[in-house]
Design a binder for this molecule. Structure first.
Ligand code: SF4
Length: 188
């Protein structure tokens, strides 16, 4: 076990482009975030971070919780998680495009959150929810295969950081257009 603690957000970024954790954790580069990213973060903060339990919700919802699972070296800032009769599951609030199939980088973020809840509360967590606006809710099943896949990615991430291996750039060059690490990366 190492003392490296990856967040669910690190996993999301790793699937988006595997080089990002190299710059963050090996090179310790924390660039200033772009105007576009700041705008998105401000919007999320104003709409999501101020949320609290309402009477309309039948289950107990805990908003804005940062939870560390030290045994696995995982952590996550949850937009929210639900507790209902000893069942737990994470909720992500999204403000962008509504996908018919959840992209892998969004899925892994929820899978890591599910693994954290599972270990903290010693229960099975087999679903997550994505909420768009006030009305649209999408339930995402989380399978054992998803959890194994996520933990396999964790092993690769640990190898990159501990052995200081720079991964290949993402094959999708369009992702580089808005990347905060472009000046360090250049896809070289
Ligand atoms: S510039 Fe492209 S390849 Fe480099 S870290 Fe960013 S997304 Fe990845």
């Amino acid at each position: 076990m190492t003392n490296i603690e990856f967040t669910a957000e690190d996993f999301r970024q790793f699937i988006y482009c595997p080089r990002i954790i190299y710059f963050r954790y090996v090179k310790k580069i924390f660039p200033r975030i772009s105007y576009k990213m700041r705008k998105g973060a401000d919007y999320h903060d104003s709409k999501i971070r101020k949320k609290t339990q309402t009477k309309l919700e039948k289950s107990t919802i805990y908003y804005n919780r940062f939870i560390v699972e030290p045994d696995l070296g995982l952590a996550a800032l949850f937009d929210a998680y639900v507790e209902s009769n000893n069942d737990y599951y994470p909720i992500e609030f999204k403000t962008g495009k509504i996908y018919s199939t959840i992209p892998q980088h969004h899925l892994i973020q929820l899978v890591i959150q599910a693994i954290i809840l599972e270990n903290i509360f010693q229960t099975d967590v087999n679903k997550a929810e994505i909420r768009y606006g006030a009305d649209k809710r999408i339930e995402i099943p989380i399978t054992l295969r998803d959890k194994i896949d996520a933990l396999e990615q964790h092993t690769i991430m640990l190898q990159i950081v501990t052995k200081e291996i720079i991964p290949s750039p993402t094959p999708n060059e369009k992702k580089c257009q808005d990347c905060e690490f472009w000046l360090q990366c250049w896809r070289a």
